[in-house]
Design a protein around this ligand. Sequence first.
Ligand code: COA
Length: 229
Amino acid sequence: MLIRALGHDDAATYHALRVRSLREHPEAFGRTPEEVDPVDAIARRLAENLGSDADFLLGAFDGRALVAASGCHREQGVKHRHIGYIWGVYVAPEVRRTGLGRKIFEATVERARAWPDLEQLWLEVTTINTSARALYRSCGFRSVAVKTASLKLGDRYYDEEFMVLHVRGPAALSGRPRRIDYSWLRRALAVAALRMRGQASPRKLWRRWRAQRSMRSSRGSAQRTVWGG
Ligand SMILES: CC(C)(COP(=O)(O)OP(=O)(O)OC[C@H]1O[C@@H](n2cnc3c(N)ncnc32)[C@H](O)[C@@H]1OP(=O)(O)O)[C@@H](O)C(=O)NCCC(=O)NCCS
């Protein structure tokens, strides 16, 4: 199986594969088959892609047949150039579960990673798409948000999940999104426990701390109300 970037001459075969993917999996993609660009527009875009550091589309060939695809697009604006979006991941049903999905997806991530200054890769996946979500998670992508009922097919709605992979930059240091640091709370409870000289259980301390915190915040909001008026 050969995986390579698609160019001008692949436009017609890619058009057919893309239409097929949207017909077979309307709930997995954001476009309808009727919204696929015509072959000549795809050909122009694929010709522009070669050598660009903002767009590419990979294809996998079984002999001469195009059987899988996966694309990546990078924003051009100065403030968003560090983000790339993976789109159009698709493997034809007859070659699924052979490892091809992983191969073409990993090749997409690696190629995008080589773009200068790229820091994050984003993608969207319907929450019911267990196979694609498992693939993305196993490649290090993490869920950061869910767009409720963002895909509408007739009278059915689907939620879409935003997933991100930090390829470099501050959040990539651990290879996963930063976790909330609760060590300050542990320290506060330990100090409170010392003050109580072991007379109160952690549960009681926790309740007391929450009560004090809500009193503090209600005092704060009362002040804000006065200042606002
Ligand atoms: C998602 C898709 C690309 C996976 O392609 P594939 O060639 O079958 O994937 P692979 O054989 O390389 O498997 C890769 C991983 O995907 C996951 N996966 C694939 N099929 C799965 C299934 N039926 N159930 C659960 N997990 C599955 C697994 O994590 C698997 O890793 P593993 O083999 O180590 O368990 C393919 O099913 C597809 O094209 N689906 C329709 C279009 C689509 O949903 N695209 C994604 C849009 S966001």
